[in-house]
Each structure stands twice: as C-alpha cells, then as structure tokens.
Write a protein that binds this ligand. Structure first.
Ligand code: EPZ
Length: 441
C-alpha cells in the first residue's frame, strides 16, 4: 500500500487537445464518493468499540494517505473490493501521526478529535495539504484547551494530552467558520464527559450526514448542519445495527462537471448526484444563461446552438461563502468560466487568502484577469484561450486548468497532474468518455 502511494506521487502530466471554444462534449458523468466526507468518517472510526464498514469510497490519493495514517497508528483496514473497506480501531495506540503523510493531508488534523477523546493523547505535525493560504489550527488548539487538554509544541510537532479522566464537555465558539474544526470538535465531544456546545459551526451537508451515521451508532449529536451543534458525551460507539456508512456523492465534483459542461458540452448529464448540494453553483450558472434541466438525482446541461448564432453567457460577480454559499473549492473553475462570458466580473475569494495564485497562467493563455488584492480579481470576457504548458498549484486550480485547456485552441500540457488525482478519481478516463482529447503522459 505504501509503495502504491509513493508511486502515485511521481509527477504526472496531462496532454489536452483543446476544443477551440466549440461545445461538443457529450455523454454522462457521475460524481464518486465525496473526498471531504470519507476522510472524516475514516477518522471517526477511532470512536468505535468494533469495526466499521464504509462504502462508495473514491479511489483517490488522499484516501490512500488517510488509510496509511490509520494503519501506521495500529488500525486494521481490510479492503472489500475497490470501493468498500472495513476499519477496526486499536484499543491502544502510540497516537503519533506520521509526518510525511500528514504533511500532504490537511484532513489529518481531524484525527486529533477522536484520538484525544479515545486514546487521551496525540502527537502530530502542522497539517499540510493544498497551499491555498496559511491554514492555521488555532481554533482546534484553543477548543481542546477548553475541554481540559494540555497542548505543547516543539519546532515542528504538537503534542496534546487529555486530562487523566478524559476530555470534558465545553462551550466553544468558533471565531472563524471552519469545516474541519467543526467536524474535529464534534468527534472529540462524543467521548467527552458531559455536554459540549459548538457555536458558529460550518454547515456542509457531509457534517450532518456524518452526525446522522454516528447517532445511529449511539452518539447523541443535535444541530449538525446548523450553526449550533450540541453533543452529549458518552461511551465508545457500537454499530449494533451493522449500518454501512455509504459515502455521499461529491458535491464539488458535481459543481466541477457543471462548469465544465457549461463551457464544453453539447449535452452532458451528471447522474447520481444531489442537485440540492450544488444549488449555489446552479443559481450562478442559470443567472449567467446556462440552460440546465434538473431532476431528483441528475442535472442535464445542454448548449443548444441550433443556428441562433454564437451564444455567450453573461458575466456576473461571484463571491465564495461557507456552505450553502458558493464553494471556495469551485472559485478557480468559475473564474475560467467567466473568461468565456460577456462582460466584466469581480471574483471575491472570502475564505482563503492564498487561493488566487493561478491567474497568471490563465492570462498567458489569453485571459484578461486583473488582480485587485489578495481576495479579489476582475475578469473581462469573452477572451479566446490558447493551449500552453501549465503547472497545477493545487487540486482545484489544477482542474480549472484542465477546463481552460479544453476550452482553448491548441494543445496544453498540465504538469503536477498528480495534485488533481488527489481529489478527482481517474479524471482523464472519465473526460475521455464524454469525448475530451486528454491523456496522461
Ligand atoms: C475544508 O478545509 C476542505 N478540506 C477544503 O477543501 C475547503 O476548501 C474548506 O474546508 C472550505 O470549504 C477538507 O475538508 C479536508 P476551513 P479546512 O478550516 O477545514 C480559517 C479541497 O480542495 N481557519 O473551513 O481546512 C482558515 O484559514 C479542500 O477539497 C482558522 O482561522 O478549511 C480559512 O480562512 C481545499 N483557524 C477558514 O477558517 C483554524 O484553526 C476556513 O477554513 C482553522 C481554519
């Protein structure tokens, strides 16, 4: 397993032949299980007295990395085929998180909650992941201290110890809305003594989904999916009804395919998705003139150019916001969309201060994007794009480059494609199936 992950780390390159602005892709795409859901339920397995089965797992590098972290902490994980596994937590563990792996995986921070409340301690490096800003962990550390834990730090390692008789419930207000801090403290509170109230929480649907699963195994969580979550602490969880956690479809993949389809498709249907989880992206695309047919678990994108002349979409301003607002993970992709829309639009990235570092290469492809400050850019469109050599700075900007390369005229090479593999399973194969000329070289 470890060797597999290392091999995946070899730098990969996509070669993409652009469509020159033509919208001819056609067929079906389905989102796989959500990366940012499955990584957290894997961490939550530490709260159980026995093994837990997880299904609809995406085959992506971040999942392999999280599995490796758990195996190195004594968890027994058995694969039941490509998309299913059973995870058995150890009774005891050294609870020392492997640096090399944690340095690449922001989600490793979520282990701190369940490990502290189950095993009473954890040592871990500052978590890594996509370079999209400073990515502090102050909200986690101050919350654990409120629950009675002692935090110590040497140059590159944190060690946190829970009180001898375990974490105690506390009232915690998050000064920033943080997805992983909400999830981590919700998990920590499950084995803490007494009641914990978490305020100003993130409301991502995967948080509510995780809480419902844990409640079916004996947790007592109310308010998940709202700004205030209450947890009554108790014993180790037991999955007496043998419920399998089925990873929900990835809403960021759904949104990614929507934007890609709107720019490059004649007709593409996104199947087995949850349209409601992409409501903000749907609203923006429809406002800009994209025609979408939305069903219960599918979204069909059609670009009907029956002789009505070339139709451009109307550019409008976009601002990222915590869920259910427009997701920061789709910000770079929406910027690519705006390079092909008529007019001038401001893109305001409100969540991360380092998530606009991809615009220079888009401008070299022919886009007209002006940086206003660390959080805002101005996009003028439509501008034809030309294929170029690109280097993806992170997972989501990497996919934005794939879309830009498909829109462009000529051939592009996208290096560091392994970053894209972290969050999009076999994306080259899936795009080839709808007619894209993309291959891994
Ligand atoms: C999660 O990251 C996701 N990752 C990110 O997806 C996503 O972009 C982000 O939420 C926002 O939606 C995972 O779930 C593994 P945050 P997370 O804590 O939790 C500040 C992807 O591409 N903050 O919600 O790390 C922070 O600086 C990834 O799949 C503190 O100030 O993000 C940011 O400004 C990229 N102190 C804001 O909160 C803290 O202790 C939101 O960050 C923690 C965070």
């Amino acid at each position: 397993m470890f060797l597999d992950v290392l091999c995946c780390n070899m730098t990969q390159t996509f070669r993409i032949k652009g469509l020159g602005g033509k919208k001819i892709l056609s067929g079906e795409l389905s989102p796989h299980g959500a990366k940012n859901a499955v990584l957290k339920v894997l961490a939550a397995t530490a709260l159980f007295s026995e093994s837990i089965e997880i299904s609809n797992i995406p085959d992506i590098e971040d999942v392999n990395s999280m599995i490796l972290l758990l195996e190195k902490s004594g968890f027994f994980i058995k694969r039941l085929g490509a998309r299913r596994l059973v995870c058995q937590p150890p009774r005891k563990t050294a609870a020392r998180i492997n640096t090399d792996i944690a340095k690449k995986l922001r989600a490793s921070i979520v282990l701190t909650g369940p490990f502290l409340s189950r095993y009473g301690k954890i040592s871990f490096p500052h978590p890594g992941g996509c370079v999209i800003g400073e990515r502090p962990i102050d909200l986690f550390l101050s919350a654990f201290q409120k629950m009675g834990a002692r935090v110590s730090r040497n140059k590159d390692y944190y060690t946190i110890n829970a009180p001898k008789n375990g974490l105690r419930g506390a009232n915690i207000f998050f000064e920033n809305i943080s997805v992983t801090a909400t999830e981590t403290l919700m998990l920590a509170a499950i084995l803490a003594r007494g009641e914990t109230i978490l305020s100003n929480c993130a409301m991502e649907p995967e948080i509510k989904y995780l809480a419902e699963f844990l409640n079916s195994c004996g947790a007592r969580i109310t308010g998940a999916g709202t700004p205030t979550i209450c947890v009554i602490g108790g014993e180790l969880l037991r999955n007496t009804k043998n419920i399998v956690y089925k990873t929900p479809p990835d809403r960021i993949e759904t949104g990614s395919f929507l934007i890609l389809g709107a720019l490059c498709a004649r007709d593409v249907t996104i199947k087995n998705c949850i349209p409601e989880h992409a409501a903000s992206t749907i609203a923006i695309l429809e406002r800009m003139g994209v025609s979408l047919n939305i069903g219960k678990n599918y979204i069909k994108i059609t670009n009907d150019f029956s002789g009505k002349g070339k139709k451009h979409f109307l550019a409008t301003g976009v601002k990222t916001h915590e869920y259910p607002g427009f997701p920061t993970d789709l910000q770079a992709l929406m910027t690519v969309f705006l390079t092909q829309a008529s007019g001038e639009a401001l893109v305001f990235e409100t969540i991360f201060e380092g998530r606009l570092n991809y615009i220079e290469l888009l401008n070299r492809m022919g886009a007209r994007i002006t940086s206003m400050d660390q959080h805002r850019i101005l996009v003028k469109g439509p501008t034809p794009l030309r294929g170029r050599k690109l280097e993806s700075p992170d997972l989501r900007a990497g996919l934005a480059y794939v879309i830009a390369a498909l829109v462009a005229k000529g051939t592009s090479f996208i290096h560091n494609a392994n970053y894209i593999d972290r969050g999009y399973e076999k994306i080259d194969e899936r795009l080839r199936e709808i007619g894209a000329d993309i291959e891994r070289v």
